[in-house]
Design a protein around this ligand. Sequence first.
Ligand code: C2E
Ligand code: C2E
Ligand code: C2E
Length: 89
Amino acid sequence: PSPLGPTPKLVIDLERLQQLPKDKAGPLARYAATIQSQRGDYNGKVLFIRQEDLRSLAVIYDKSPTELTEELIGWGVLDPEARRAVESF
Ligand code: C2E
Ligand code: C2E
Ligand code: C2E
């Protein structure tokens, strides 16, 4: 176990996501909408996603999971804490 505590969860800020230009955020927005739909979860301001889903998104964006995480933190969609979730990949 990490001295910093348990692995943080990956949390997507859905309100921030909606403010971003579609050419950047489109694939992530569609992915998040699909997860919300599968869960029947439509009201959330945030969406907890699986680590496995970040791997899939990295393939979609043609980046490594680490690179994609940095980009999403830069957009304000992921919390900087997410870096620690990706370290364990
Ligand atoms: P599933 O993967 O067979 O999961 C069935 C149910 O198990 C989920 O229904 C949920 O109630 C519970 N569950 C699964 N994983 C977790 C978890 O990590 N934490 C908690 N608290 N509960 C969990 P739900 O939410 O209605 O999702 C239905 C189906 O939608 C899931 O079936 C899965 O196929 C898909 N899905 C939902 N969320 C995600 C996601 O974040 N990523 C992916 N790849 N698929 C998802
Ligand atoms: P969480 O519910 O606190 O689950 C934390 C971690 O415990 C998950 O990380 C996964 O590694 C493990 N886990 C929890 N429930 C199950 C399960 O039924 N089967 C298996 N094999 N592992 C389980 P993960 O996958 O990275 O998910 C992170 C968070 O994403 C979850 O935190 C939950 O908030 C959300 N999530 C993931 N899948 C679903 C889903 O299908 N439905 C819902 N409602 N939430 C989900
Ligand atoms: P469930 O919650 O209905 O989840 C059904 C199946 O969805 C899980 O079968 C797993 O294949 C997938 N799944 C669910 N949540 C996750 C997740 O967070 N990440 C990933 N990658 N896959 C997920 P599984 O693993 O055989 O689990 C059977 C049942 O055992 C689950 O039914 C749940 O009730 C319980 N369970 C398993 N692992 C955990 C866990 O870590 N925490 C909790 N609270 N329950 C768990």
